[in-house]
Design a protein around this ligand. Structure first.
Ligand code: CP
Length: 315
C-alpha cells in the first residue's frame, strides 16, 4: 500500500481488519519491518487519539517517529499554486512536503476542511499536494473529507464485538454548537457500505451527506425507527453538505439518551471522540454499560499498525 486515504485504497477490507486483530494479540511480531525506517506525522490541526495511536503503532513496528505540529511549530505554509508570497505565508507546500519526504519513509498528514468553500475542501488540495510532492507513501490522519484510520478502527471494533454475523449498524447525527466536518461520517458511511452489515443513516432534514459516500445505505429522518434493535449505534455530529458548512438549530432532541436506548438494549454505542458531553451524547450513555467508546479508541492503534505494516511491506 502506497497511499491510505480511503477505503478505496484497500485491496481486501476483511483481510486488513483481520490483520489489525492479529496485531492486537501480538503487537511486536513485526518489529523488524520498521527498523531504521522513519514515520513523520504532520498535523495542521489538533489531535489526541490519532497522534498517540499512530505513534504507538509505528513504535510497535520498530519505526522511528517524528511529530510536527506544523500549524504551531512550522513556517506558515502557502497552499495555492502560483501565489505571490508577499503576505503572511513563508514556505510553499511544494518545498515543505518535498523536504519532509527527504527525511521520512512514510508521512502522515492531518488537515481539516475550512468549511467555507466546498469545492476546495472536497478537492483534497492539501492531502493531494503532500502525495504529489513528498514522493514517499502517505497515510491520511484525517483529511478534509475522510478519516480512514478512524473508520478502520470502527470496523475492527464492530468485527470484534458483534454477536450476530450481519449486525445492524446505525450512524445517527448528534447536536453540536459549531460546524464540524463531514469527514468522519463520510468515511464511516463509505466503509460500512462495503462491510458485511445492514447500514442505516439517521439525521435531521438538511444534513444529507454527499451521495458519493452513502451509496447502499438506508437513509432516514426518523431516529427512533433507525435505532430500534440496532447492534451498533455510531453517534456523530456533522455540518450540512448543502448549504455547505451550515448548522441549523432546533435539533437538540437528537442527543442519544438512555430512554432512546431502551429500543436497542443490545446496542453498543460508538463515537470517534472527542465528544461534548450532554450535548452530543448524555453522561448516562457515555458512562453506561452500552458505551464502547474507550475500547473503540484503543483499537485506533491496531488499525494504524495494520496500515503501516502494509506500507512498510511495500517499501
Ligand atoms: N477521533 C480522532 O481522530 O481523535 P483526535 O482528533 O483526538 O485524533
Amino acid at each position: 500500500m502506497k497511499i491510505f486515504s480511503s477505503v478505496n485504497d484497500v485491496k481486501d477490507i476483511s483481510a486488513l481488519v483481520g490483520e489489525a486483530l492479529k496485531l492486537k494479540k501480538d503487537p511486536f511480531a513485526f518489529q523488524h519491518l520498521g527498523k531504521n525506517k522513519t514515520l513523520c506525522l504532520v498535523f495542521l490541526n489538533p489531535s489526541l487519539r490519532t497522534r498517540i495511536s499512530t505513534q504507538k503503532a509505528a513504535l510497535n513496528l520498530g519505526m522511528n517517529v517524528i511529530v510536527l505540529n506544523i500549524d504551531k511549530e512550522g513556517w506558515a505554509l502557502e497552499l495555492q499554486d502560483g501565489a505571490i508570497m508577499n503576505g503572511t505565508t513563508v514556505e510553499h507546500i511544494r518545498e515543505a512536503a518535498g523536504v519532509m519526504g527527504e527525511y521520512s519513509d512514510i508521512i502522515g498528514v492531518r488537515s481539516f476542511p475550512g468549511l467555507k468553500n466546498r469545492d476546495e475542501d472536497y478537492s483534497e488540495n492539501i492531502f493531494n499536494k503532500f502525495v504529489e510532492f513528498c514522493k514517499v507513501p502517505v497515510v491520511s490522519l484525517e483529511s478534509a473529507t475522510r478519516h480512514p484510520l478512524q473508520s478502520l478502527a470502527d470496523l475492527v471494533t464492530i468485527e470484534e464485538l458483534k454477536i450476530v454475523s450481519r449486525p445492524k449498524v446505525v450512524l445517527t447525527w448528534a447536536p453540536h454548537i459549531k460546524p464540524l466536518p463531514q469527514a468522519v461520517p463520510n468515511s464511516f458511511a463509505e466503509w460500512m457500505c462495503k462491510a458485511d452489515v445492514d447500514f442505516i443513516i439517521a439525521h435531521p432534514a438538511g444534513y444529507e451527506l454527499c451521495a458519493d459516500f452513502t451509496n447502499g445505505a438506508t437513509i432516514t429522518h426518523n431516529q427512533d425507527e433507525a435505532i430500534r434493535d440496532a447492534d451498533f449505534i455510531y453517534v456523530k455530529n456533522w455540518s450540512a453538505y448543502e448549504p455547505y458548512g451550515v448548522v441549523t438549530s432546533g435539533n437538540e432532541h437528537w442527543m442519544l439518551t438512555n430512554e432512546k436506548l431502551k429500543q436497542a438494549p443490545n446496542a453498543k454505542v460508538m463515537h470517534c471522540l472527542p465528544v461534548r458531553r450532554n450535548l452530543e451524547l448524555s453522561d448516562e450513555v457515555l458512562d453506561g454499560p452500552q458505551s464502547v467508546v474507550i475500547h473503540e479508541a484503543g483499537n485506533r492503534v491496531w488499525a494504524a499498525q495494520a496500515v503501516l505494516k502494509q506500507m512498510l511491506e511495500a517499501l
